[in-house]
Design a protein around this ligand. Sequence first.
Ligand SMILES: [Zn+2]
Length: 317
Amino acid sequence: MAEVIEKWADGMALKVCSDSTFYFFCRDGYWKKCNMVKVGRPEEGRRKYLSVVWMKNGEERRGYAHRLLAEAFIPNPGNKRIVSFRDGNSLNISLDNLFWADASDLKRQKKVFQCTECGKKIVYSQKEKVQLCRTCMQRQYSRRRSEKTSQKKEQKLEEFKDLLLRANISLDTRYVRMHLAGYSVTEIAKCYGCSKQCVSAFLIHLRKKAEKLDQLRPLPGTATEEEQPDIREDDITITRIKDLGLAIRKKRQERGLTQARICKQLGISAEDYRNLETHPERYPDRSKVWDVLQILNVNLFVNGRYFGQEWFPEYSR
Ligand SMILES: [Zn+2]
């Protein structure tokens, strides 16, 4: 038979039994068994406790089961404040698992783990998930961070490389090869015997140049290598998009066409056409540039690469 102690909690009569069951005296005038619920912070690794539930004036009240049990059955001569669990399992509320303790008692109870990385002993009280010592944890953290940084750097270089390729700029240009290989500006400068500023200024300039040239780029999902037509003797072949204006001008003169005639055919003003012929790569409606090439009956090749109609969308960016 379980030992039963009647006590008051929260102004209510409670029966605390040594077999870890609880009863409260309900309004109907008889003892009713209390329900138990698990309570505790939801985070993983946090302790959960059993809570005894009773009703007072139609409201739900709770008290920690281990505490009620210890107060009822376990003597506490030292007036200690904490009820603790011998096996560390806070859901095991059998009487022989409970004992009164204070903070200094619990310190001695702390568990000793071994760091899975370096084997060093680590002492923690509750975090049973801990597997690494402080040093190894910090090392792991900084390693992860540097991995992330280098990934970002690689991605940036890859983007730069793509940009250069789109702009038809050779990857063998001066510092570019070293830069793409991941060398720092300082290392490149040392290698070439020039200043850091010289290298970084060059790379910045190159990026700007490439971005400008890249504005003449195809719409996505077009132009495959096989579609390249052969270069005819009459075609415009240039190495830099910048030279397109000059080439168009030359072709137009070869064909004996005036600016006035072409702008009429294109349906744009003479001034617009002048702008187009000076800087076709900057002309906002690139389809007009394409039309000019059609009027001149030429194909455009930049560095041997065919620039088909897909490179000349109506309005870009
Ligand atoms: Zn360690």
